[in-house]
Design a protein around this ligand. Sequence first.
Ligand SMILES: [Zn+2]
Ligand SMILES: [Zn+2]
Length: 280
Amino acid sequence: MEKSDLKKFDQAIEANASLEPILAFYRAIVKEQIKVYGKQQAAKELPDQTEVDKLLRQGHPINSQWPVSVNYEQMKALFLKLGEILSEHRPEKNNDIKKITAKDWDFENLAQIFASDNLSPIIKEAEEEQVDPSLLAFLIVNALRPFYAFQAQAVIGLVKDEEWQRPHCPVCGQRGEMAVLQGDGGKRYLYCPTCDVTWKYLRLECPYCDADHEKLRYLEVEDSLYRLDVCENCQGYIKTLDAQELASVPNLFLEDLLTIHLDLLAQKEGYTKDPSVIRQ
Ligand SMILES: [Zn+2]
Ligand SMILES: [Zn+2]
């Protein structure tokens, strides 16, 4: 999460006129997130290698023992700012956004609910306020993202490939959203958009279920570095970018937005993405 990401958004907007509305929307969001990210200070205490190895070996993501340090004032300010951006870009949702941003939320509580990976209390809150739950969840996730990404940056170097090859993020525990093939022989990595990190994952495994290998196949996308990995057992899909030939590491958050047409293609073919993933 750094200022140079904005340049990548600008280049992408220039090259993809039809995606301008969504890219401009996320550029505005990322710009605010980068500001908050830049205000974070190194944590006084972080786990060491032995501790991380132990947690991962036991199947626990790092944040389960080392919760993300969130400045609730900054989170609130970002939440409100993102509400303004959302209003500007999605005027049709103005009524809900007004209701959501007018409420005096307990941000510590919202952050804890998000960290617990069970969003049902948030959905309930939204229903009580008679607002779209996905809007509320979107604002919460995005208001927390700089804090998650900052903490993840500090610990991801301690995650060894051999200690963690699960479908969930080794830092926050959320399911990986995209896959990327990189390095020797095209090792497969998964990406967590909340923490903005990747980790090694098994090459022939469905990230949603424990299907046999023969249930897995992929749909080639013509003239593209992408393919869709699909599972005939659970009907899940994940977009995979083959980055082996690329000179630099791609910005996967942006790549995800640039390949919305592949999500539509997968959904048209009857495949679904993890329903816990929240996107507007
Ligand atoms: Zn994560
Ligand atoms: Zn599956």
